[in-house]
Design a protein around this ligand. Structure first.
Ligand code: SF4
Length: 504
């Protein structure tokens, strides 16, 4: 009988979460590079180049691909002939591995988990608990899949109880455009169809860890309904023209996964989960002989991609005025240098509450830019750990008071703004720029200094002042209200020409 020792299991889980924080799966890099080579949209190609360069830097530097190092998820298949040498539950064992991985001294990962989610929302400090799913299967081994899922893509999870004759493809094509770019495409979509509602969700989550193989499937042809759906959804979602980071382009998804299960005659449950540019998962097997070793990939698996900034406008953040900002056009690429403030959900909430009470803010925002970011803690000589942008739409409700009352003239984040935030940007002649989601380590290399200016109690959400040198961003909403996330996908959808463009 196989005996799994407590320490072997915990250390294997910890090693796997460390591994996936800096190594993309090789198949994702292979298919992203192929998409990069095919891409005709300059903006999307540029975003993919940044993701590829960032990925290689993370693999070389053993630092996180993305600042959002995710919620820790474990799927565990336990052989029924396995015995455990521990007094801990399987969930406790996983959590101990998560704790060890996320507090690693050499590569600390961001603790994103908050307790009391509808109350105080206080950090648990070490990213525990993870989310553990267990299945008992015949055999004498333990198979483990770990994944780290970022909030941007998890927030775009969809579920519907369709009617038996409803079209799944139509439903997917109706919901994907509503997901915008918050889930940091290009990535993949994973569908669970059938069973009960929770079964559909779990199948979709599990299927996204499967190897990317849509091109093999295309070559050999579909042999069942699930495979037909994969091919049809892959083609039609890409024909929406959303593209990398929602900038418009040929590749929105690199693969589509579909798993199905029998269901009730009255029902058709469908779960749709996206996986983002920071696709992260690893698989290992324990057979009682000790902790698992996951073979590191070869750096030869990463293509040598150049990230060309020669056509970007250089911007000195320390001498900016509204008149400068008004000259920038949506889609223009910039290299930011100078002092950049930071703040995200908790800091914005606190600041706008202070403004509402007529209180003075602890930071002067006059003619300044704010970057929506929650970085990973720095190690060694880093000014800051990986520090990519977080989802801007969560800050939409704060845009009007910040622009109207603080003198702020620009924001940097990721993906699109909603109509009200866009209108505020136009009204105040401000600007909104995006950095590439999933290129956090690359972005952090542009940050030379960092200090906390206010709200230190908010940890990674405190207001910092970064000193940046040539930080690459793209103007996403200019001072006239022109928005690349609207014009880019519409242009590429029309160019691809397989799905009509709605006139709004
Ligand atoms: S790539 Fe985007 S969605 Fe994925 S973890 Fe990073 S910020 Fe979140």
């Amino acid at each position: 009988m196989t005996v799994i020792r407590q320490e072997d299991f915990i250390q294997s889980v910890a090693d796997a979460f460390q591994f996936i924080s800096f190594y993309h799966p090789a198949d994702y890099i292979r298919d992203l590079y192929a998409a990069y080579q095919r891409e005709e949209s300059p903006a999307a190609k540029d975003a993919m180049a940044q993701i590829l360069v960032n990925s290689r830097m993370s693999a070389e530097g053993h630092r996180p691909i993305c600042q959002d190092t995710g919620i820790a998820i474990a799927f565990i298949r336990v052989g029924m002939d396995v015995r455990w040498d521990t007094k801990m539950s399987l969930e406790q064992l996983v959590n101990e591995g998560v704790r060890r991985a996320y507090t690693d001294k050499d590569n600390p990962l961001r603790a994103s988990m908050l307790a009391d989610p509808d109350g105080k929302r206080k950090s648990t400090g070490d990213n525990t608990p993870g989310v553990t799913h267990v299945e008992l299967v015949p055999g004498d081994k333990v198979e483990v899949i770990v994944a780290a899922k970022g909030g941007g893509s998890e927030n775009k999870s969809k579920f519907a109880m369709l009617l038996p004759n409803d079209s799944i493809v139509d439903w997917v094509l109706s919901v994907v455009p509503t997901m915008g770019a918050d889930w940091c495409p290009p990535g993949l979509l994973s569908l669970g169809i059938g069973g009960s509602p929770e079964k559909a969700m779990l199948m979709a989550k599990w299927a996204m860890m499967e190897p990317l193989n849509i091109h093999e499937l295309k070559a050999r042809g579909a042999s069942n309904r699930a495979e037909e759906l994969r091919l049809e959804i892959y083609e039609k979602v890409n024909a929406l023209g959303i593209g990398a980071q929602g900038l418009g382009g040929l590749s929105t998804v690199l693969d589509v996964k579909v798993v199905d299960y029998p269901t009730h005659a009255a029902s058709k449950p469908v779960a749709l989960l996206p996986n983002c540019a920071a696709t992260r998962h690893a698989h290992f097997v324990l057979d009682g002989s000790g902790p698992a070793t996951i073979e590191p990939p070869s750096l030869d698996d990463w293509p040598q991609v150049a990230f060309d900034t020669s056509s970007s406008r250089r911007v000195n953040l320390d001498k900016l005025t509204k008149a400068d900002v008004a000259a920038w056009k949506a889609g223009e690429r910039l290299l930011l240098s100078g002092k950049l403030l930071t703040g995200r959900d908790a800091a914005h909430k606190r600041m706008t509450e202070m403004l509402a009470r007529g209180e003075k803010l602890p930071v002067d925002f006059t003619n300044r830019f704010i970057y929506y970011v929650g970085p990973v803690d720095a190690v060694r000589d880093e000014a800051v750990g990986p520090a990519g942008p977080t989802t801007s739409s969560r800050m939409d409700r704060f845009v009007e008071p910040m622009l109207a009352q603080t003198g702020l003239i620009g924001m940097v984040g990721k993906s699109e703004r909603g109509p009200a935030a866009t209108e505020s940007i136009r009204k105040h002649k401000a600007v909104y720029c995006i950095a590439v989601g999933g290129a956090a380590y690359l972005v952090s290399k542009a940050i030379r200094k960092s200090r906390v200016l206010a709200f230190a109690d908010l940890g990674m959400e405190a207001v910092h002042e970064f000193e940046v040198k040539d930080m690459p961003v793209t103007v996403a909403v200019d001072s006239t209200g022109d928005a690349v996330h609207k014009s880019g996908p519409a242009e590429w959808r029309a160019r691809i020409g397989k799905i009509p463009v709605a006139v709004v």
